[in-house]
Design a protein around this ligand. Structure first.
Ligand SMILES: [Zn+2]
Ligand SMILES: [Zn+2]
Length: 314
């Protein structure tokens, strides 16, 4: 029985298992016998339960161990396990896909989840589909991010201030929204402190602090600088905490400033002292002392509030 498939040799092969004549053999068997012998979902092998860690606080799923833990999903873990098992048993050139994954929670067994799914694979050129169920065992824990949040952890402080004035509440609200909308998956804000002169936002990483500062400056103007302080040592490395000093711009000549229901046009800024300005409604010239400008808000923000500029993400 040669495996060539010339016309003359058509029908010259027999399946040793069922005795049927065939023109194509797969692993020396006919297609039906070959397919019958394949089990895409090897329940026994996969019964060594697929383990996934689940955070009791945020509900996130994680795989791996220790610091190398990665965020994942039950579906991803099941698909990976199935694929790995099929490739191991039937060869790494197989194409495998899992579809229609549905999670079924088991009543009274909150640490187990049954996932039903459809597995498709192409093995030695034969397409095979199988439906089945896989059990996943959940290990409850508190993820690193949540335990850090609970512990008040932070690696940097974004300190928002303004030059020669107090930032308006609107500006701080905007800065806060910018900070939250710029957080990545692993980032968090552990604390915020409203101060007389501005706002301190405690962030989970230096990168996060830098990104937040950059975005605040991009939207609200001004600039920022960084300074780091040695905080301790861990695994032989220095650990720093970084302060990001964000300075929102001072009032500038020509801009409009609001105090209560009055709008003033800024004529001259006298550093540390106050601003010379004109009441827009009456045309009256007046001098606003620093104490008064501390309560002033930039007219710009009053208008800007109506535009949903903050909804956009980086
Ligand atoms: Zn056969
Ligand atoms: Zn968590």
């Amino acid at each position: 029985m040669k495996e060539s498939s010339g016309d003359k040799e058509r029908w010259s092969k027999f399946c040793p298992k069922c005795g049927k004549k065939t023109d194509e053999l797969f692993d020396s068997l006919c297609r039906a016998c070959f397919t019958k012998g394949i089990k895409l979902i090897d329940a026994e092998k996969l019964a060594i339960p697929i383990r996934v860690n689940v955070c009791e606080i945020c509900g996130g799923y994680f795989k791996g161990k220790g610091a190398g833990k990665e965020r994942t999903s039950i579906e991803e873990v099941v698909t990976d396990a199935i694929r790995k098992d099929i490739l191991e048993r039937y060869g790494h050139e197989c194409k495998v896909s899992a579809e229609g994954l549905v999670r079924n929670e088991l009543k009274g067994a909150e640490n187990r989840v049954i996932v039903s799914l459809r597995v498709k694979a192409e093995i030695k050129g034969v397409e095979i589909e199988e439906r089945g169920e896989i059990e996943v065992s959940l290990k409850r824990e508190t993820c690193e991010r949540c335990s850090r949040i609970t512990g008040g952890y932070y690696a940097g402080i974004v300190q928002i201030r303004a030059d020669d004035r107090i930032p308006a509440d609107e500006e701080l609200t905007m800065a806060e929204e910018i900070a939250y909308s710029g957080l990545g998956d692993a980032d968090f804000i552990s604390k915020e402190t409203k101060l007389k002169e501005g706002l301190d936002i405690y962030v989970s990483s230096m990168e996060c602090g830098r990104r937040v500062s950059r975005q605040i400056v991009k939207k609200l103007g001004g600039g920022f600088s960084e300074s780091r302080k040695l905080y301790g040592r861990k695994d032989g490395r220095n650990i720093y905490r970084v302060s990001f000093s964000v300075r929102l711009p001072a009032f500038t000549e020509g801009e409009k400033v609001e105090i209560g229901d009055k709008v003033f046009s800024v004529e001259k800024v006298r550093k540390e002292k106050g601003i010379e300005c004109v009441d827009v409604a009456t045309g009256e010239r007046t001098f606003l002392k620093k104490k008064e400008t501390d309560k002033a808000r930039r007219h710009f923000f009053f208008l800007e509030k109506r535009k949903p500029v903050l909804k956009e993400k980086k």
